[in-house]
Design a protein around this ligand. Structure first.
Ligand code: GAL
Length: 849
């Protein structure tokens, strides 16, 4: 046979093998976003729920004993599917803490699920994986205690096998208790994330049992190291072969082209043993993961015994390099990337803590549109899907573990469980998340009370580094001077500073920290209410806050001020703004909870002043139940600040944004300042065609253009923005007519009923010409026909006590939100209607496929 023939034979063999590999996976038609075993089934459907202890109205209901036993009759319990947040339906109660959303989240929740595992599976291991359960989870199977996991933000696995009866009905019982948990924000309550049933052969890849790193990356090749933990849970010693094949992961999360394979590794694994296996594959011409092109790969690890595949395990991963420097900032794949991040709590507004992928995706799309490139999961481990979406959409993630260590900020926060659980929780976080290309920084805490404790800091950093030495560890400091002078910061790879950048020059001069890369782990904390404007120096009124983007608590600043600081210290890595979205709880400055005082714990004089303010707030009993910090409001509607960040973070996007609105009949002939955010460098403002002057930004100093002497006349306000002398972008704001109609627009025209997809419908109150009428708050009645149901409504008003489940609510400053779910398994057209007395009804339609 000549060489040419051999070459072709080999080539076709490779093609055949590749195709088999691909077919083998796609035959499962499996979307791979989650690391884990092939045999992972959703366990969300068909749960029963009952609430004991504290009830929504504040009364107590005795918790009977024996709720875990199989024979207990739960037929009278509420039937539901997960994820579930038992507190989001309220009611809001004025006497409850604003810091946790004035919602009745404290209580004891019991969940039970009856299920059968087929007799044919006898001999398998069966696990239940919880992505998160709030809080103090205790789990029983068939009346037998299986285990506990107190921290509500951690993902965890329980092995059901010892108590499982194959081919018969089993009862899984979960008890959650939030009565002994305190929080500085709304934590939600219940099994609020997904649950999975995993079936494996006795010899299988362990839980989060792969660790993929890429120690060498060039244009030509990447070395991919794979460490696999194999568990032998059988009673027999076994000989196994471990092999990992690499594929590209396409946009639909399907493995496509095979791009590499490891050598087969043979292992002897004794009964009951867990064994680590290292292998290596070479990826030629790797497609790097980046913010703009987030290429992903997936590793399929198979375990073979006697020629039979006993386990297939998938690990999505990416190939990228990260480098943190004190002088040149952060480098992704060798290129400088300024961190333009937002901090976010985990709630999804009107849906509460109950996880939903389309709600999260909506949030992430808005952040991307603003130019945000990084997420800080303040102040706890996120839902796994957040990282899966960050991998897919191109966000970098600061992955955070804790808001408190040994000394709590509240009586019953993490301090209660720190000693026993911090190692397990940190390990769970790092093992779960260390294969995500998006995760680039670990954070061991936020403004913890022990931030000066060098020993404890080092202890926690070491735990993380043992599990993953490839990423830096940071901590968010609100007492950076204290942390530096005590030496605690020495243990960290990165210095995270909340709000105090003014002293950076002094810190850079300290030889201990001159080479410590630093970033603004929390910045700004500007507060505002969408569509609300106050004049003449007033920033706060009626429990709302002006949207001129000037107000912030004492420790914070306007976005512009932070941009100025960033410009002054170009060596800093960037910032995480507090916060991307408004969230439930912490309605500063109307927060009547004592954690308000924490921000000044290092300055006694300020504390005294704050205590007085707090006493006054408490006397007035504020109705505020959600935050004002968001760049985007609780309903997902951008505030003016959105455009401030967009102008700065997307300099190549031609945009201009005028504020305020131009409906001020009571301000006729009065001075009404006009501000413009633009990615241009100059702009000219016109009122009713007359120029009010052209203004230019001084680089590094001005981040908005201000016409502060505009005399109000109704009509048309127009801005022409210029970049390098050329027309760049325009914006127009018009005085509107009276309210005339309701306009509905959906974020999708069709949807699938087989997923957990939600449709987000925006309502605008408009005049006859279709312009949104500022300040309009008419009562709206929403109704729906066809195969769908209303899940929630909202309007972004932080003081509204209308239940999120209500179909009636006023618009707030011209807008409201409706969230609709298609009925499972149904098809047809959903018609949604919004009605209000005297206004033309709004309609929209969504096709359910
Ligand atoms: C920070 C704290 C955040 C939030 C914020 C409000 O000090 O880390 O969790 O409370 O203040 O400005």
């Amino acid at each position: 046979m000549n060489c040419k023939k051999i070459y072709f034979r080999l080539a076709s063999l490779v093609v055949i093998l590749t195709t088999i590999g691909v077919r083998e996976i796609s035959a499962q038609n499996k979307s791979i976003t989650r690391m884990g075993s092939m045999n992972t089934l959703s366990f969300d459907q068909g749960w029963s729920f009952a609430r004991y202890g504290l009830q929504p109205d504040g009364t107590r209901k005795e918790e009977p004993s024996g709720l875990e036993v199989s024979s207990f009759h739960d037929s009278g319990w509420q039937k539901l599917n997960l994820p579930h947040d038992w507190a989001i339906s309220g009611p809001f109660r004025i006497e409850l803490e604003g810091s946790t959303g004035k919602l009745p989240w404290k209580g004891i929740g019991w969940y039970r699920k009856h299920f059968t595992v087929h007799q044919a599976d006898a001999g398998k291991r069966v696990f239940v994986d919880f992505d998160g359960a709030m809080a103090n989870a205790k789990i029983w199977l068939n009346g037998k205690y299986v285990g506990t996991w107190p921290y509500g933000y951690s993902s965890f696995r329980m092995d059901l096998t010892p108590f499982l009866e194959f081919g018969k009905e089993n009862v899984l019982a979960v008890r959650l208790d939030t009565e002994d948990w305190d929080s500085r924000w709304y934590p939600g309550a219940g099994i609020y994330r997904h649950v999975w049933l995993v079936k494996t052969d006795p010899v299988h890849v362990g839980h989060w049992g792969t660790y993929i790193t890429t120690p060498q990356v060039s244009d030509q090749k990447a070395v991919v190291n794979i460490v696999t933990t194999v568990n032998n849970q059988s009673l027999k010693d076994e000989k196994a072969i471990v092999r990992t094949t690499l594929y590209e992961l396409d946009k639909l999360d399907k493995p496509s082209l095979q791009v590499g394979v490891t050598k087969d590794i043979s292992i002897d694994i004794n009964a009951g043993e867990n064994k680590g296996v290292s292998s290596k594959a070479i990826l030629l011409k790797p497609k790097l993961w980046s913010i703009e092109t987030p290429h992903r790969y997936v590793a399929k690890t198979t375990i073979h015994i006697n020629g039979k595949v006993v386990d297939s395990y998938f690990t999505p991963f990416g190939v990228r390099t990260i480098e943190f420097t004190a002088k040149n900032g952060f480098l992704l794949n060798g290129k400088r990337v300024q961190i333009q991040g937002t901090c976010n709590h985990h709630d999804l507004g009107a849906l509460g803590a109950a996880f939903n992928l389309s709600a999260l995706t909506r949030q992430l799309k808005l952040l991307k549109d603003m130019g945000c490139n990084s997420l800080r999961t303040s102040h706890n481990p996120p839902a796994p899907e957040l990282l899966e979406m960050a991998d897919k959409m191109g966000f970098l993630v600061w992955d955070e573990a804790f808001d408190a260590w040994e000394k709590g900020k509240r009586k019953n926060d993490y301090n209660k469980i720190f000693d026993e659980w911090h190692d397990k929780d940190l390990t769970a976080l790092v093992h779960r998340d260390r294969n995500h290309p998006s995760v680039f920084i670990w954070s061991i805490g936020n403004e913890v009370m022990e931030q000066q404790n060098a020993e404890l800091t080092k202890h926690l950093v070491d735990i993380v580094h043992r599990k993953d030495p490839t990423r830096p560890v940071s901590n968010g400091y609100n007492d950076p001077d204290g942390g530096r002078s005590s030496g605690a910061v020495v243990a960290l790879d990165l210095m995270g500073v909340n709000y105090f950048f003014g002293q950076q020059a002094r810190w850079d001069a300290d030889p201990r920290y001159a080479n410590k890369p630093t970033l603004g782990s929390e910045t700004s904390s500007c507060v505002s209410t969408r569509g609300t404007y106050y004049f003449g120096g007033t920033e706060y009124k009626n429990w709302q806050i002006t949207s001129y983007d000037t107000a912030s608590p004492g420790w914070g600043c306007a976005p512009d001020e932070q941009f100025r600081t960033n410009a002054k210290y170009p060596n800093l890595l960037g910032e995480y703004v507090w916060t991307g979205f408004d969230y439930l709880g912490e309605p500063t400055p109307y927060n009547s909870d004592e954690t308000n005082l924490l921000n000044f714990r290092t300055d006694a004089s300020k504390k005294e002043d704050l205590e007085k303010q707090l006493a006054a707030i408490r006397k007035n009993n504020p109705p505020s139940r959600s935050s004002y910090f968001g760049i985007i409001d609780l309903a997902g509607f951008p505030k003016d600040r959105f455009y401030s960040y967009q102008a700065q973070w997307r300099p190549n996007l031609p945009m201009a944004h005028i504020l305020p609105h131009w409906n001020w009949p009571e301000r006729l002939d009065s001075i009404t300042p006009v501000h413009v955010y633009t990615s241009g460098d100059e702009a000219e403002l016109f009122l009713n065609g007359k120029s009010l002057g052209r203004k230019a930004k001084t680089p590094g100093k001005d981040f908005r253009l201000v016409w502060d002497k505009v005399i109000y006349q109704p009509g048309v306000l127009k801005v022409l923005s210029y970049k390098k002398g050329k027309l760049w972008a325009t914006d127009v704001v018009k005085t509107t007519g009276a309210m005339a109609k309701l306009a509905l627009s959906s974020d999708r025209t069709s949807t699938k009923a087989d997923k957990d997809d939600l449709c987000f419908i925006t309502l605008k109150v408009t005049d006859k010409a279709g312009l949104m009428v500022p300040g309009s708050n008419p009562d709206i009645h929403f109704s729906i026909e066809g195969p769908g149901e209303i899940v929630a409504t909202d309007n972004g008003d932080a003081t509204s006590f209308v239940s999120f489940q209500s179909h009636e609510r006023p618009a707030f400053n011209g807008m409201a939100l409706l969230i609709v779910k298609p009925k499972k398994g149904a098809k047809g057209m959903i018609t949604i209607k919004a009605q209000s007395d005297g206004l033309a009804t709004g309609f929209t339609k969504i096709q359910v496929q």
